[in-house]
Write a protein that binds this ligand. Sequence first.
Ligand code: VGL
Ligand code: ZN
Length: 214
Amino acid sequence: MTLQPTDALLVIDVQNDFCPAANGIGDALAVKDGDQVVPIINALAQKFDHVILTQDWHPAGHISFATTQGKQPYEVIEVPYGPQTLWPEHCLQHSEGAALHPALETPHAELILRKGFRRHIDSYSAFLENDHTTPTGLAGYLHERGLKRLFLTGLAYDFCVRYSAIDGHALGFETIVIEDATRPVNLPGSVAETNAALAASNIQRIPSSEILTQ
Ligand code: VGL
Ligand code: ZN
């Protein structure tokens, strides 16, 4: 696949808390083999002129934390904007768990977009918060920068990558998921649902080799 100057690599939430613990840091919300995306993303990043990172960035007492709700992780509750899955506390603002994975090598990344920083709304998507209405500003940034085609990587495939891909596509960007550069949380049915949702929006899933062998 030939890359264009108007392409961007979008690296979703490659943060310690989504990766297996190293030196006691991370693993709050374990994504199996989450850190295995890092070398693939590092190689991909060298092929892109434009790299954008996102960072899940929650305040204490965030609506998505099971502890806030006095419930167990992975239960789904109703909140004013609809159903919300509850998670272990993760990616607390300014914690080491919220830091980008230390082996991530994207020195030329142009933007680190933080999301999920409002206590009363979660944000899986890099474009719209979980009320599906509140914009993060990313679409405006991409439009203003003339970036048109997005290659998505990162964590987790079945949550933040999924919703970023669906919203990016709906907002008019050509959106492609680099499948081996992602890993899922893997709640019951979540990967099959994600595959179906991406297919229904005609969002292509490609292996990193399609770019790395160029
Ligand atoms: C994510 C659950 C909660 C993700 C973030 O990055 O996929 N998942 N917060
Ligand atoms: Zn989160």
